[in-house]
Design a binder for this molecule. Structure first.
Ligand code: SAM
Length: 156
């Protein structure tokens, strides 16, 4: 565990069980300008730097029908996170907060999500803005953002 992941005063860790019942596959990889966690934004900015989402075969075939006009929700695995904190002291807070009251990357199942602006689809690569993750972060899923889905499908 890196020094950055050491517990802060007031933080509480629990024993984290071995993975048991969720089987996830990485369906791609996210390429961003950030090599260190401290350089990543806390949340993505739709006007932030361009990033690329590389979708691995055979899942690139699942991009059919995706349109650049649709805001896209990206789900990814925050693979550098510790997973055992129930109470955390995020930067800027002076008392511990429960993990489920935060969007911290430190959580039992470190899944991240961002709604991004889709700029272009170039074969298996999506060019997007709005991400906040490290270069090389594994991709779990892509779906139209909820608001876009309601606009497209409500009222017939
Ligand atoms: N937007 C996502 C969400 O709300 O679910 C993630 C938010 S989380 C606060 C974003 C932070 O996670 C970044 O600022 C960085 O410190 C950290 N991070 C980014 N990529 C990571 C990775 N692959 N593993 C662990 N931590 C990561």
């Amino acid at each position: 565990m890196s020094p950055q992941q050491a517990r802060r005063p007031g933080e509480i860790a629990v024993e984290h069980p071995q993975a048991s019942d969720a089987w996830l596959q990485y369906i791609g990889r996210i390429h961003t300008p950030w090599q260190r966690r401290e350089d990543c934004p806390r949340q993505g900015d739709l006007d932030g730097p361009e990033c690329q989402i590389e979708v691995f075969q055979p899942w690139d075939q699942a991009l059919v029908g995706l349109q650049t006009t649709t805001p896209l929700e990206v789900l990814y695995w925050l693979d550098q996170s510790r997973r055992d904190l129930v109470l955390q002291c995020p930067t800027g807070r002076d008392h511990p907060v429960g993990t489920f009251a935060l969007r911290s990357p430190v959580r039992p199942n470190p899944m991240g999500s961002s709604v991004v602006r889709l700029i272009a689809i170039e074969g298996p690569v999506l060019r997007v803005r709005g991400l906040d993750c490290l270069d090389g972060t594994p991709l779990l899923d892509l779906k139209p953002a909820h608001s876009a889905f309601i606009r497209t499908h409500s009222g017939g």
